[in-house]
Each structure stands twice: as C-alpha cells, then as structure tokens.
Ligand binder design. Structure first.
Ligand SMILES: Nc1nc2c(ncn2[C@@H]2O[C@H](COP(=O)(O)OP(=O)(O)OP(=O)(O)O)[C@@H](O)[C@H]2O)c(=O)[nH]1
Length: 663
C-alpha cells in the first residue's frame, strides 16, 4: 500500500493538469496496466520502443466543439488499449485542476501514448496474436476558443485528427474553426459523430452538414457513443488505416519540435517533444535552435499515460525530455531542439500566441506584492502563454500587466492564482492592444489605458483597434436579434448562409473590444442558449477611440482608466460611475465620482457624507461584541484601496470588469 501511495505521490508531482482521463489514471496507479498490445506487460522499455518505426506510429489529435465528448472519447480509447483500467466507475477528478472541474472544461492539452494491436478490422485483436502492434499518440485538446492556441500546437505534432461532432447538436462554431485548423495543417480528418445514444441524435443530418460545409464524404463518418461504447471499436482501426505515419529520417541527426513545457518542482522543466528525425538517447547533448544553448538529456520517455522513462525516443514518436533547463522561458514552445554541434534546419515552429486581452493584476493588500509576484511566476511556469510585465499604479501600487489569449483564459488564470496560490488579486478593466499614432508620426501599442498620457505636446493623430472574424451558428429564428446585437457592437456582416433547414451561420467582423466583455453572455441570452460562437483574430481597423478617466473627488484613478469608442463614451461612463456609486461606501465627506474624456466631464454622481458607525446596533455594554465588530471593520478596511482620501472596496474593482461596453 505504501508503495502505491508513493507512486501516487510521485505521479501527482509530475502530472500536468489537464485531460481528466490521464489525471484520473494517476489517481489509481495500481490500476494502470501496460497495454494488452504492449510488447511487454510490465512497462515499456526503451529497446522495445525501437520496435515501432515510423510506419508503426500514428500521431493524432481529438478536436471538437466544447462538450461534444473529446475527453470522454479519449478516456474510452485509453481503456480500450489497456492504458488505463476499464470501468473505473464515476470519473474522479482529484488530480484535475479545480478550475477545470468547476467549469467543466479542459484547459490544457494532454498527450498519451497507447499500444494497439491491429491487423483485421473485422476480428478482435485477441483472436490475432500475431497482429502487428502500433504505437499511438493521442493528444486531447481543449475546446474553448481561448485555448485554440493549444489546439494548433497539438496539431503540429499530428498527421491526423478525429473531428468529433455531437450527433444531436451537429456542427457548431468551434467544429468549423477546429476543422480549418486541421485542414490547413494538412491533417487526415476522421469525422466521428458521437453521442448517438441520445434520443435526439440525428447522425444523417450531421453527415449532410459535414458534406455541405467541409465536403466530407458521409461514408467516412464513424458513429459512436463514448458513453455506451457503441461503435468505438472502429475508431482505432480507422486511425491506423486512414492516418499516415509520421514522416522523418531515422538515420539523420536528431531533430525535434518542442510542443509544450511545464515546470515540475522536483524534476525541473519537462518538455513535450515530437521527434521528427533521428533517435534521442538519454545522455545525448542537444541544443536549442532558438537560443543556441546546449543541454544534456537527463531523462527521456513517453507519457503512458504518466511519465514513463524509456531512455530513448525514436523518429516519429512523441514523448518528454528533461534536460536541466532552469525555467520554462528557456523552453520556447515551437522551438527546434536538435543534436548539439550538428547543423540542422529549424522546423517550421508555429504561430506565436497572440495576446488578445490585457489586464493589470495587483495584490489586494499592497504588502503582498512579493507573494503575488511569486505566485504569478509559478503559474506562468505552467502557462507560458501569459505575458507578464511589471507596472505601477498610483491607485494600486506595484503590480503586473498581463496579456491573455482571451477573457476565459484571463478568468482561469485569475482563479488559479487564488485557488492554487492563495493570492488575493485585484484586476483592472480588461483592455485590448490598441495602436495610437501621434502627430509626429510615431506609433505606440497601448496595452494599459493609463499609459496613454494626455500629453498636449503629443497630439493623437489616429488610432487603430484589433478586430476578429466571428462565426456564429444559430437556429434561424434568432437571426434577427443576433444581427441587431452585432450591429450594436459595430460589426460588419461578412457572410450569412444556412447550414441546414433550421440553422444559420453568420460571419461578422467585430472589434475585439466589443466582444471581450459580455458579448457571449448576451448572445447566449438572446438565443435562449442556442448560439455557438468562435472567432479568429483579424486585422487592425482605424477607429474613433478616446481614453476615459474616472475621477474621485477630482483625482483620476489610473487603474480605472479605459479606452472606448467615442460614440459609446457617454454610456460606458454612466455605467462605470453608477457601479462605483453602488459599491463605494459613504464616507465622512462628500465624494464626487466623474467620468471624463480629456478635460471634459461626461457624467457625474455625488455620494453624500455619512459616518458609518459599526456600533450603532450594539445596545448595552457588551464589550466583547463591540470589540468583535471593530475587528471586523478593521478587516474590512484591509480590503479597501485608498485613492487620495477615498476608500474603494475590492469588489468595486471586480464589478467594473463586468461593465458592458455596448447597450
Ligand atoms: N449521452 C452521451 N453523453 C456523452 C457522450 N460522450 C460524452 N458525453 C457527455 O458529454 C459531456 C461533455 O463531455 P466531455 O468529454 O467533457 O466533452 P469535451 O468535448 O472534452 O469538453 P471540453 O473538454 O470542455 O472541450 C459530459 O457530460 C459527458 O459525459 C456520449 O457518447 N453520449
């Protein structure tokens, strides 16, 4: 038992939070089985990995719209191959990120190596003892739009993808986005129509949609239920038969693509790699094409599904490498790692993550700056897609300006800071990266509205804002309200088609600013939850933007400054001022709250003076009760931010994040 516990502990240390199938497996290491098809039944030895030349390897991903069943399907495939034990009952999520459990989403992509014996599609593997065994790398990916960066990274290591579509819901916005990601990467796509057990399942309609939208031959679609197991036996044979083996030269110097990296307290930086050429051995010297630094390979292995040392990785295989890198900053995602002292052409990496949303993060208690700094550093070790720079606010003190892939990504990061690192954080109103041109022709990218100083010597000549191309799929009766919503948000229609008799597809160019706050919620609410939405970044467009300041008793609060479209300044200003009025408690003096563009005040409210007497309700002379109330008041004060003479509660900052920019 003690051994199992130790294994569990060590598994927990090294596992990357993510696809719950893998995590679940780690909770029960005693249930981990070497595959039925594995060449050895007690683990995978390096020499046996050599039995899998590229022709016997398949690297594939599972892509889908959120909730269409990727992770459940991944789970079933791991069971089917004996990588985790069958029938582990109700999913247990103890090793999964709390944030993933609460939100029911996958945030990080995960890789698992499986072994599968395959000869004849018609017969069970147990009846074909001599059937050749294949090494399959399955990469489970997140479905939410903010994490599509993870999807494209995963696809770089694959030659094929299972495109999972819910048999009742049909093709949705992210199905389209993910299909094109895979299609543009030249992957073989296997359509899997999942959840056929549902009473409302209509696989024929889904086949027709796949044909119409992607020109997929209906006979190619596999029909499955990841819940009941129906149709699952066709999946892996299709993977082997329809997906090409990875290309690569076995006898060339080693060259591998760095897919992902994370930091482990005990082992240091762990890199996930796809070996494109050559063979990588423990003890080899490797170099980074990006930094030129060299490292010794201290450990190498596969994810089966937990880290399993093998001492070697062959051409076409996907696994992990530990090489004494000190920080994930050294492990640049998309970098080529290659045999040291050999001249190799770097692999074509992938598009760097583009930060769509920026926000300032400050410690709720100014004296906690070091703790927040430490927490952010630790968290970015496992989420390299966040950009972090130090900044100072007169209102909030020292903090950080962080760039995120989207609003959900920002929320998840924020939540993880609080849950995993106990950090109490104030975040400022999210903003997008604008470009401003001054009268002298110089241009700046503005990620912090407060940094856009109103400098009379620097007249703003023009500004640009980022836009996205949004794809929205809705039942046709909701087309009218959605068109109205998009035009309110300054959208420009690009496409309006029907994907079947009941559903329409709308494409809009929208300013990113207009969708980062509240757009999705509103879209869902006007379509009774039926709309699905996805976007890809597009070009910058010139726009009439202004910086809006919030002033308390005449003093601007830099952390509350925001950039808005000129025509919306009045409405946004009103909303911000109203929110603040609601959340700032009356104080012993009168407080004026104003929103101003330049020197022009566009809206104003006054909070009359009042002394809050916490002892007012405390009759009689119960001294301990009085003390308690005073203590509570003192605690409350700690959560206040003093700006000039005004105390602003932490909640006021949180509420400002929710201010819609349209309506
Ligand atoms: N009825 C039915 N439900 C299924 C099936 N496959 C998955 N589900 C359920 O659908 C829900 C979503 O499944 P997931 O596997 O988490 O979906 P996902 O696509 O991985 O979701 P993200 O990770 O958030 O992108 C869960 O409640 C599953 O139990 C199926 O074949 N039939």
């Amino acid at each position: 038992m003690a051994g199992a516990a130790a294994l569990r502990r060590s598994a927990r240390r090294v596992v990357r939070p993510g696809a719950y199938a893998l995590s679940r497996a780690l909770q029960h290491p005693e249930r981990l089985l070497s595959s039925q098809a594995s060449p050895d039944r007690g683990g995978v030895l390096g020499s046996e990995l050599g039995l899998y030349p590229p022709e016997r390897v398949r690297n594939f991903s599972i892509i889908a719209h959120v909730d269409h069943g990727k992770s459940t399907l991944a789970d079933r495939l791991l069971e089917l191959t004996g990588t985790i034990k069958k029938g582990h009952g109700q999913p247990q999520y103890l090793d999964k990120l709390q944030v993933e459990r609460e939100r029911g989403i996958t945030v990080k992509a995960q890789t698992a190596t499986m072994f599968y014996r395959h000869a004849n599609n018609q017969l069970p593997a147990s009846d074909q003892p001599d059937a050749p065994s294949y090494l399959l790398n399955l990469i489970d990916t997140p479905g939410h739009v903010d994490f599509s960066y993870e999807v494209s990274r995963s696809l770089a290591a694959c030659q094929g993808a299972l495109l999972v579509v819910d048999a009742a819901q049909g093709v949705q916005a992210q199905t389209i986005a993910n299909f094109y990601l895979a299609f543009e990467s030249n992957l073989s796509i296997i359509p899997v129509i999942n959840k056929i057990d549902q009473p409302t399942a209509d696989p024929d309609n889904v086949k027709a949609q796949l044909k119409r939208l992607f020109d997929i031959d209906p006979s190619e679609a596999l029909l499955t239920s990841a819940k009941t197991g129906q149709g699952l036996s066709q999946v892996l044979p299709a993977v082997i038969e329809r997906i090409p083996s990875p290309p690569g030269k076995c006898d060339s110097p080693v060259r591998m693509l760095l897919l992902d990296s994370y930091y482990d307290e005990y082992k240091g930086v762990i890199c996930h790699v796809a070996v494109v050429d050559g063979v990588l051995h423990k003890g080899d010297k490797i170099a980074s094409a990006a930094t030129g630094r060299t490292y010794e390979v201290l450990d190498v292995g596969i994810m089966h599904p937990e880290l399993t040392p093998t001492g070697v990785l062959y051409t076409g295989q996907v696994g992990y490498v530990i090489s004494g890198m000190r920080s994930t900053k050294e492990a640049r995602i998309g970098d080529t790692l290659h045999q040291a002292k050999s001249i190799v052409e770097p692999l074509p990496g992938f598009k760097p993550a583009r930060h769509m949303v920026f926000s300032g993060l400050y410690p709720a208690d100014g004296s906690d700056f070091d703790a927040l700094s430490h927490a952010i550093e630790k968290l970015t070790c496992n989420d390299a897609s966040v950009s972090v720079t130090k900044e100072t606010s007169t209102a909030l003190g020292m903090g950080f300006r962080c760039g995120f892939l989207g609003l959900l990504h920002m929320d998840v990061f924020h939540q993880r800071l609080e849950q995993e690192h106990g950090a109490q954080v104030i975040s400022t109103i999210p903003t997008v990266p604008y470009i401003f041109e001054y009268g002298d022709g110089s241009k700046v990218q503005v990620e912090n509205p407060a940094a856009l100083a109103s400098n009379p010597g620097k007249r703003i000549a023009a500004c640009w804002e980022p836009t996205v191309i949004a794809t929205i799929i809705i039942p046709s009766e909701y087309v009218g309200p959605v068109i109205m919503l998009c035009s309110e948000r300054r959208g420009e229609q690009q496409e309006y088609t029907f994907i079947d008799a009941q559903r329409a597809l709308l494409k809009y160019r929208l300013p990113l600013r207009e969708i980062i706050v509240d757009f999705y919620n509103e879209l869902k609410s006007i379509t009774s939850g039926y709309a699905t939405f996805d976007y890809e970044d597009s070009e910058y467009q010139q726009s009439d933007l202004v910086k809006m300041d919030i002033l308390l008793n005449g003093q601007p609060v830099d952390a509350m400054a925001t950039i808005v479209h000129n025509q919306k300044a009045q409405r946004v200003g009103r909303e911000l001022v109203d929110k603040l009025k609601k959340f700032i408690e009356r104080q012993m003096f009168e407080i004026t709250i104003q929103a101003a563009v330049g020197s022009k005040v566009i809206t104003r409210e006054t909070l009359s003076a009042m002394r809050k007497n916490v002892l007012a309700k405390c009759y009689g002379g119960d001294i301990t009760r009085k003390k308690k109330l005073l203590e509570k008041q003192k605690e409350g004060k700690k959560r206040m931010k003093r700006v000039g003479s005004v105390d602003i509660p932490q909640e006021a900052f949180h509420e400002l994040l929710k201010v819609s920019n349209s309506k």
